[in-house]
Design a protein around this ligand. Structure first.
Ligand SMILES: [Zn+2]
Ligand SMILES: [Zn+2]
Length: 347
């Protein structure tokens, strides 16, 4: 095996260059993985275009990418759960394992987490990566590497629906039908819901939501969402509303469309941290407002759903690029939202 690899490095805002770097060596509890597929996430696009998300600021050179899959090529001396040749998907964040959050199982809140492609931690738009064996999960032979890379976004939807403790027979509304809105839809269906309303402004995404099992779709450019939701629910409102669009007005609308005793689940990050909400509606209606930060303990369940064919991640992929074209992939995802859903880089 050669001792250097190709890496797609962000060298400045809107700039990616291919560099040669040494292939990393796995520590005793790590594996070395040859990367096969990396999904382009909204956060990657944001860092690429803006150079920052909130307080996380990119200091080039930096490597983006955190939704990935690959093949194990080497294992550390103490690794027992994996073998070279195993096809795997990787959970991108390694928590400390020692703090209160980690010890109580809420490791997504760990202040010491090391998460790929979150500055200053490099991501995985490269040929090889080392990773903790405990956060590396084997996939079934019939699952493709592309699908396996999308276990990461699926985890967000699965975690959000789990945190809301959704129950069959209830009505859910999903604001935003981008990749996260669609995996939230699939997670709700996997958890037994059948009455789901999906909202977006792009027809391609609404059509996909319909194909995946949304009972109703609303194009927010053509219809007044709050009004339409009232009609669908005969004036009652929905039991759960998931905000995945990260919009200010969509975030505000959550408390307008949910019924009393319902749950508001905030997944998307609005561009501003302060958003005016009708708190009387929250108090009088005893609404539960839940924030969602990444996920915890979701990978085993999500890998199982994918292995069992209970979720469709393959059909979310609309465009494919090579590692050398990583810059084009990020640019494309940024500029072609109406014609694309998920963009992936295949190696
Ligand atoms: Zn992501
Ligand atoms: Zn911790």
């Amino acid at each position: 095996m050669a001792d250097t690899m190709k890496v797609a490095v962000m060298t400045g805002i809107g700039q990616i260059e291919i560099e040669e770097r040494p292939i990393p060596i796995p520590k005793e509890d790590e594996v070395l993985i040859r990367i096969k597929s990396v999904g382009v996430c909204g956060s990657d696009v944001h860092y690429f275009v803006e150079g920052k998300i909130g307080d996380y600021i990119v200091k080039p050179p930096f490597i983006l990418g955190h939704e990935c899959s690959g093949e194990v090529v080497e294992i550390g001396s103490r690794v027992e759960n994996l073998q070279p040749g195993d096809r795997v998907t990787m959970e991108p964040g390694i928590p400390c394992g020692k703090c209160d959050y980690c010890r109580s199982g809420r490791y997504n809140l760990c202040p010491n987490v090391v998460f790929w492609a979150t500055p200053p931690v490099d991501g995985v738009f490269c040929e090889y990566v080392t990773h903790s064996a405990s956060f590396t999960y084997p996939i079934a032979p019939e699952v493709s590497f592309e699908e396996a890379a999308l276990v990461e976004p699926l985890s967000v939807g699965f975690y959000a629906s789990g945190r809301a403790k959704v129950e069959p027979g209830r009505v859910a509304l999903i604001l935003g039908s981008g990749p996260i809105g669609l995996v939230t839809l699939e997670s709700l269906i996997a958890r037994g819901l059948t009455q789901i309303i999906s909202v977006d402004i792009f027809d391609l995404r609404l059509q996909k939501a319909k194909e995946l099992g949304a009972r109703w779709v609303i194009n927010a450019k053509e219809e007044e969402v709050t009004q339409r939701v009232k009609e669908i629910t005969q004036g009652r409102g929905v039991d759960y509303v998931f905000e995945t669009a990260g919009g200010v007005s969509t975030t505000q609308s959550t408390v307008e469309v949910v019924k009393k005793g319902g749950k508001v689940v905030l997944v998307g990050l609005p561009s501003q941290s302060r958003v005016e909400l009708d708190v009387i509606k929250i108090i009088d209606g005893e609404l539960d407002v839940l924030g969602i930060f990444r996920y915890a303990n979701t990978y085993p369940g999500c890998v199982d759903l994918l292995n069992a064919g209970r979720v469709d991640l393959a059909s979310l992929i609309t465009h494919r690029f090579s590692l050398e074209e990583t810059g084009e992939a990020l640019k494309f995802a940024h500029e072609h939202k109406a014609e694309s859903i998920k963009v992936v880089v295949n190696l």
